[in-house]
Design a protein. Structure first.
Length: 284
């Protein structure tokens, strides 16, 4: 890969690299994504391509640090929105990902709101490997038989697959240990993002996330959306709730009128850099 410029940003602590290929739309092989991750650690790389759908601002590919691809990344979408807001002066944007069209608007206090679309809740939309009539709590547990560490997650697809385990204390479970096992559980044919969710009150959830293809992250926007959807479906919270992640807070609203999930949160610019072609010699 060439000597390309990139931006390092974060969304509530979720480590994001933005690579703008709108003027030179080449695809990035998975081994080159991993070569970048070895030098500049990130959770997701947001790659901007020219728009495919009239009226949209860019087509976006979302690559995890392990080279796999995701249909959604809420925190990364706020990062690219911030860049394109500054570049165009527009006050509303539309990004297209593998999972559909995501409208973005500016919110108060420099925050950005992304419309993450409607959740998909049927077992084959998650997807799961076998039918479950009720995805509010599926049969899945980890740990000793009769005394599981975690069990009965809710599952939600927010453009990517999520499993949400309700816990009394997010700090009491070793997510780094159970995350990899659950991410790759045979029930999840496309793997899954794994969250621990602790309900503080009807307007507030604490969340820790093991991300598919990235591991423990400081924040995961789509997981925050999935957690509020799952909480509303089981009457744990109101439709609008604050989600506190280790890297910061997001406000999520699952709108009643049109079923869409709105995520509002911050972005931060860290530094600009360039890929060094030497990084890719072993990958070539
Ligand atoms: N950090 C992202 C989600 C990444 C999901 C990715 N790990 C996958 O589904 O493969 C977010 O803010 O929504």
């Amino acid at each position: 890969m060439a000597d390309r410029p990139f931006l390092k940003m974060n969304g509530a602590g979720n480590a994001i690299i933005v690579l703008d290929l709108r003027a030179d739309p080449v695809s990035i092989p998975a081994d080159e994504v991993c070569a970048v991750a070895a030098r500049v650690p990130f959770d997701q790389m947001m790659v901007l391509y020219p728009p495919r759908t009239p009226g949209s601002d860019a087509y976006v590919r979302i690559l995890n640090q392990d080279g796999s691809e995701s249909g959604a990344c809420g925190n990364g979408t706020r990062c690219i929105a911030d860049i394109v807001f500054a570049e165009t002066g527009k006050d509303a944007l539309l990004f297209e990902t593998r999972a559909g069209l995501l409208p973005c608007v500016r919110a108060e206090g420099g925050l950005i709101t992304v419309d993450m679309g409607p959740p998909r809740l049927r077992w084959d939309e998650i997807p799961l490997a076998e039918p479950f009539a009720d995805t509010r709590a599926i049969e899945l547990e980890i740990g000793p038989r009769g005394a599981p560490i975690l069990h009965s997650p809710a599952v939600v697809n927010m453009g990517n697959p999520h499993a949400i385990f309700w816990v009394d204390d997010v700090e009491a479970v070793d997510l780094a240990r159970v995350g990899p096992l659950l991410e790759c559980h045979p029930l999840f044919p496309e793997r899954a993002n794994i969250s621990l969710a602790q309900v503080i009150d009807r307007g507030h959830i604490r969340l820790k996330v093991w991300e598919r293809g990235a591991g423990i992250t400081l924040a995961c926007g789509s997981a925050a959306c999935a957690a509020v959807v799952a909480a509303v479906r089981t009457r744990r919270t109101e439709r609008k709730a604050r989600v506190s992640l280790p890297g910061g807070d997001l406000v999520i609203e699952w709108r009643h009128s049109d079923d869409r999930v709105l995520m509002t949160g911050p972005v931060e610019h860290e530094f600009a850099g360039r890929f060094d072609p030497h990084w890719f010699e072993a990958a070539a």
